[in-house]
Design a protein around this ligand. Structure first.
Ligand SMILES: NC(=O)C1=CN([C@@H]2O[C@H](COP(=O)(O)OP(=O)(O)OC[C@H]3O[C@@H](n4cnc5c(N)ncnc54)[C@H](O)[C@@H]3O)[C@@H](O)[C@H]2O)[C@@H](O)CC1
Ligand SMILES: [K+]
Length: 215
């Protein structure tokens, strides 16, 4: 799985898997979360205090699911939520509901992010469409200012997954678990520098050149 794909390819492979093949989006989200969680454990980060910084797109949903996987293992985890939960995607709204069931604490205090030992960056993935500003930028700057280890989901937030450019500000990750295939922007100098160690996770999404098409 060494090929690299564009944002448009990532989105069309996702849509094909969900709409044509019929694997539910929530299943893919759960696999993305489990892959991120397994890499988090294997890479041996200090999980004394974990904060998941999540927005309300599907990248955020992946992160909220990771928070639950940590919580059920008795790891101290909180969610710093950015954006309006009323505008969450269906899958992310469902993950928020599950997080509430498990009583995962939500914090609005950036000091909790600053004092974490490990931060999960689940702000934006391939859906980033404009420069990061306001509260989102404050959170990214706080993440980058800490000594905490930072683990990005899919793409370090703020990096354009096509060009590798920083859109406003971008998370400087120690490692990134990217879904299905590398993203071309992560192979540029700026992209690489923000991605850190790159893990590619097979979550059941494949391109048209995959074995799936062999009749
Ligand atoms: N759809 C799928 O099949 C899967 C998606 N997955 C995850 O979902 C991600 C893509 O999810 P989405 O398409 O929801 O996109 P994102 O979660 O990356 O973000 C999109 C949301 O952020 C907003 N946004 C974009 N740039 C912004 C900015 N600068 N400031 C404020 N808001 C901004 C958009 O309006 C949109 O609401 C992937 O990167 C991956 O992490 C995974 O769960 C696996 C399956
Ligand atoms: K991210």
């Amino acid at each position: 799985m060494s090929k690299a794909i564009t944002i448009a390819q990532a989105q069309s492979y996702d849509a094909h898997t969900i709409n044509e093949i019929g694997i539910p989006a929530m299943v893919l989200m759960e696999r993305a979360a489990l892959a991120t969680f397994n890499n988090l454990l294997n890479d041996d980060y200090d999980l004394t205090r974990v904060v998941v910084v999540a927005a309300t797109g599907n990248n955020g949903g992946d992160g909220i699911a990771v928070a639950r996987l940590l919580k059920v293992r008795n790891i101290d985890v909180a969610i710093y939520l950015l954006g309006d939960p009323a505008k969450a995607t269906d899958q992310t709204a469902q993950q928020l509901k599950i997080a509430n069931y498990y009583h995962i604490p939500f914090t609005t205090d950036l000091n909790d992010v600053i004092n974490a030992t490990t931060i999960i960056d689940a702000i934006f993935g391939v859906g980033l469409s404009r420069p990061i500003t306001g509260k989102f930028a404050e959170a990214v700057n706080a993440i980058n200012a800490t000594d905490a280890s930072t683990v990005a989901i899919d793409v370090p937030s703020g990096i354009n997954a096509d060009s590798g450019e920083t859109l406003g500000v971008a998370v400087q990750a120690d490692s990134t678990t990217t879904m299905a295939y590398k993203k071309v922007g992560m192979l540029t100098a700026n992209g690489k520098q923000h991605t850190g160690i790159l893990h590619v996770a097979d979550i059941g999404i494949y391109g048209a050149d995959h074995v799936e098409t062999i009749k």
